[in-house]
Design a protein around this ligand. Structure first.
Ligand code: ZN
Length: 403
């Protein structure tokens, strides 16, 4: 039996509350300047250290040992969905993240405005990072003026120079390669179907790009249109169906809201800062029995290779935790979705530290929250998908299996 079917059978509704806090890209590697400590170990984190000494520690593998995950699949793993079986492309995740109502069979695509020269070569893949209001204006203009036969198209702004395109019609599939060549000095690539079912989508995508380029003529720096993350929407079993949880998401970035909506969480609007996220959590604490909170700055500093910056972002997160403590969650998990070592400036395969605390948790000898302490923690090294069952069990939400 698969884990989600087992959870469907064993989970029950209770009054207890679970809080899952994810610092994106939390895991790191030893930094020479920090005397061989990681950013998490070097950071001053009195609140997380206290939680670590009251609770239990461990490491999780987001997908499988050795596999470097994207943030999307890494979150499916944290939510207890086998990330290989339940993976979903960025187009769908970002489109759901802006609140667009997708229907099964829709194909959703991420789009970037870019700058093209007179020969049609890309000179800036991000169109000078046009601000969101400009992007909204251009998306509305294209949405109104692009006319396709036999298929409905929707074009929406996401953030900065990024938008989303949705195709709705018969016979569409999402297995199409990106048209973004990833470098400047080249023309956008034609859309290439990667299987026979996706040929119609690729043809329509080329047609949309051709119309967009005509319409955007003279609108430099945003006179080009690149398509990425083609994906076909399908419905996922929800947190309510699997876990009997009335779950909520508090996140700033659209993709994380999208992953959460896909699994049936209520996305509570929060403004830009972590302080806003905490305020939102406090305000809605009574309304839900599961909360997922996402914190992005740790991953951004990791990708920049900025070790000191990552330390500061971890400390900033820690400073707010006394307010979380006051809410008295029955189970609190603090972890990352994957590692983003500053030395690699990218996501990596390294297992990710986590701490779990609450009244029913047997404390281990770990006294600080860090990679080394977690490697010695009593919860061991487990797949990310095991975190949800452990959280539910410790919150008294799982019935006995068998007689
Ligand atoms: Zn991530």
């Amino acid at each position: 039996m698969k884990q989600i079917d087992l959870m469907r059978e064993l989970s029950r509704k209770t009054d207890t509350k679970v809080l899952l806090m994810v610092l994106d890209g939390l895991g790191g590697l030893p930094v020479k300047e920090f005397g061989g400590k990681t950013e998490l170990e070097h950071a001053k984190t009195p609140n997380m250290d206290r939680l670590a000494s009251e609770g239990a520690l461990g490491l999780h593998d987001p997908i499988a040992p050795g596999v470097t995950p994207g943030s999307g699949p890494a979150h499916f793993g944290l939510f207890g969905y086998d990330p290989i079986e339940w993976n979903m492309g960025r187009g769908v995740l970002e489109t759901l993240g802006i609140g667009f109502e997708l229907k099964p069979g829709d194909v959703a695509i991420r789009t970037n405005f870019c700058t093209l020269d007179d020969k049609g070569l890309i000179t800036d893949r991000r169109a000078g990072r046009i601000p969101t209001p400009k992007c909204s204006e251009l998306c509305e203009f294209l949405d109104k003026n692009i006319k396709m036969e036999g298929v409905k198209t929707f074009i929406r702004a996401v953030r900065d120079y990024r938008g989303a395109v949705v195709l709705r019609g018969k016979g569409l599939a999402g297995n199409v390669a990106d048209t973004d060549p990833q470098v400047t000095g080249k023309k956008p690539l034609p859309a290439k179907a990667l299987d026979a079912k996706s040929r119609k989508t690729a043809r329509l995508a080329d047609e949309i790009v051709a119309q967009a380029h005509k319409l955007l003529k003279g609108k430099a720096p945003a006179n080009g249109f690149l398509l990425r993350g083609f994906s076909e929407y399908r419905k996922y079993p929800s947190f309510e169906e699997i876990y009997n949880l009335n779950a909520a998401c508090i996140a700033v970035y659209p993709m994380y809201k999208g992953v959460s909506r896909l699994v049936g969480m209520t996305v509570i609007p929060a403004r830009e800062t972590f302080d806003d996220e905490i305020k939102t959590l406090e305000k809605h604490w009574k309304d839900h029995d599961f909360f997922f909170m996402h914190y992005k700055p740790t991953d951004a500093r990791g990708e920049d290779g900025n070790a000191q910056g990552k330390v500061e972002m971890i400390e900033k997160f820690d400073q707010k935790l006394d307010r979380v403590r006051k809410l008295k969650p029955d189970v609190l998990i603090i972890t990352g979705d994957h590692s983003t070592p500053t030395q690699l400036k990218s996501h990596s395969w390294h297992p990710v530290p986590f701490l779990m605390c609450g009244p029913a948790i047997r404390a281990d000898s770990g006294k600080t929250f860090g990679e080394t302490a977690c490697a010695a923690g009593s919860l061991g090294r487990i797949p990310a998908t095991s975190l949800m069952p452990l959280a539910l069990a410790h919150a008294g939400k799982l019935l006995k299996f068998g007689a």
